[in-house]
Design a protein around this ligand. Structure first.
Ligand code: 8VR
Length: 470
């Protein structure tokens, strides 16, 4: 079986992780420009000042993507390039950069898939309380409208937010991301609501413009499975899915929050401060959502918690490591002997992907999906000067097969974006963990080099997935 002709094969990046040029051409500082420079916050003190200099080398990078046969490039816009202070005066050079990047993609027939917010918030807004402050919602909607007006004639796919669960939980529960606040579930839930509200307002504004494009958002997709068949662990998995899936997907797709979570939050006093008008708007916006983007790396294996467990975060492995408790200490994630893991302890599970997609279909029907991230973080072996990332080839092969399988079971998937197009800066884990099809040599002035996976993926795209192994 081949993937349909309108299925998009793509790859993704995020502005802070690739662009560099942190203060070039009038860009304002962001929360990450500040946070990454606080000693001890990132692995080996790495920051995005230069990253892989995509800002200055986008032509070379897009040319390589075209050579790979990539049909779509998912990248994010840095808000602070467009609006250095988060609102107010527009920086024309920022608009120019993204216009050039978009035009460069279109020159090769690459569909630009644009994320409006992949975690880099203008510092001025961070100082006002970031996503805890409802004024940030209004500033975001204005910023989004500027992007729609500037780029919407050529960009027909917009993602409002990337992985709300990550920037909210790392920002306010584990403290590993800005603003670095720990153990504050009240703020965590408030941030999630404010973001869902911003998403709702934005898609309503987008539809008013009649640009005939599509808009949605990208969520982490980490379906939870109980480690065994016991009643208590099944309960733990249900609880995990309610808090990590339904709380995030329901307001977008169903227009209202899941009853189970709302009840729990009412009991514990953690319900966000929301108004009837905000809830109504979220309800009105839901049918306007065109698609959901899923970022799948691994499922969660969960079991009921006995006694208190401490949340462990290390800089070389900041997210996704099993062994951490839920904020409410109801369940914890565990590593299982019969599963395979990456060097960063992320489970490798194409089976979990298929099972999770079926779960999603049962919950939400045949909504339109894009896999907006999926990939393997690894330290790629270099043999006689060649980057032999065979493990990545196997990983993507198996996950594309899973996508095929899910499509054959009636899941509506319209595209697959590997994370990432090119090796890039990990938010906290430095450059050691690689994800790309294109290698960047930090010893040789950021020279680009094609990996084995580059050639492999080119063939997969050219044959529309007919040659997947196994
Ligand atoms: C996604 C994020 C993306 C990347 C990938 C891989 C980290 C990293 C945590 O959750 O959208 O930005 O972020 O995961 O892992 O290493 O920087």
């Amino acid at each position: 079986m081949k993937f349909a002709n309108d299925f998009l094969f793509g790859a993704a990046t995020a502005s802070y992780q690739v662009e560099g040029a942190w203060d070039q051409d009038g860009k304002g500082p962001t929360n990450w420009d500040e946070f990454s420079k606080i000693p001890g916050k990132t692995f080996q003190g790495t920051n995005g000042d230069v990253a892989v200099d995509h800002y200055n080398r986008y032509k070379e990078d897009v040319k390589l993507m075209a050579e790979m046969g990539l049909e779509s490039y998912r990248f994010s816009i840095s808000w602070a390039r467009i609006l250095p202070n988060g609102r107010g005066e527009i920086n024309q050079k920022g608009i120019d950069f993204y216009n050039n990047l978009i035009d460069e993609c279109l020159k090769y027939g690459i569909v630009p898939f644009v994320t409006l917010y992949h975690w880099d918030l203008p510092l001025a807004l961070e100082k006002e309380g970031a996503w805890l402050n409802k004024n940030t919602v209004d500033a975001y909607v204005e910023y989004a409208k500027i992007c729609f007006n500037a780029f919407g004639d050529r960009v027909k796919n917009f993602i409002t937010f990337n992985e709300t669960v990550v920037f909210a939980s790392l920002g306010y529960l584990s403290g590993a991301h800005p603003p670095g606040i720990q153990n504050n579930p009240k703020k965590y839930f408030q941030v999630t609501h404010n973001v869902f509200y911003a998403h709702a307002k934005t898609i309503i504004e987008y539809k008013k413009l009649n640009q005939y494009g599509e808009i949605g958002l990208s969520h982490v997709f980490a379906p939870a499975f109980a480690v065994d068949d016991s009643e208590e662990n099944n309960f733990a998995a249900m609880h995990a899915n309610q808090f990590n899936m339904n709380w995030f997907y329901d307001p977008i797709l169903k227009g209202k929050y899941p009853e189970y979570v709302v009840q729990q939050l009412e009991k514990t006093g953690l319900l966000p401060d929301w108004t009837a008008d905000e809830l109504l708007l979220i309800e009105q916006a839901a049918p306007l959502n065109d698609f959901m983007g899923l970022n799948y790396y691994q499922p969660m294996r969960v079991e009921k918690m006995e006694g208190a467990v401490e949340h462990v975060i290390t800089l070389d492995n900041s997210t996704g490591r099993p062994g951490n408790p839920s904020f409410d200490q109801v369940y914890k994630t565990v590593k299982m002997d019969d599963k395979k893991y990456t060097k960063w302890d992320w489970e490798i599970s194409p089976e979990g992907f298929v099972a999770g997609l079926e779960m999603l279909k049962d919950n939400y029907g045949q909504i339109k999906l894009y896999i907006t991230e999926n990939g393997l973080g690894d330290e790629d072996p270099i043999i006689e000067g060649e980057v032999c990332d065979i493990a990545r080839i196997n990983f993507i092969n198996d996950h594309l097969k899973a996508v095929k399988e899910a499509i054959s079971r009636g899941v509506h998937i319209k595209g697959y974006y590997a994370w990432s197009a090119i090796d890039l800066l990990s938010w906290l884990n430095g450059y050691k963990k690689q994800y790309g099809f294109i290698y960047v040599d930090h010893q040789k002035g950021l020279e680009r080099k094609k990996k084995a996976s580059f050639h492999w993926f080119k063939n997969i795209i050219a044959t529309r997935g007919e040659n997947l192994e196994g």
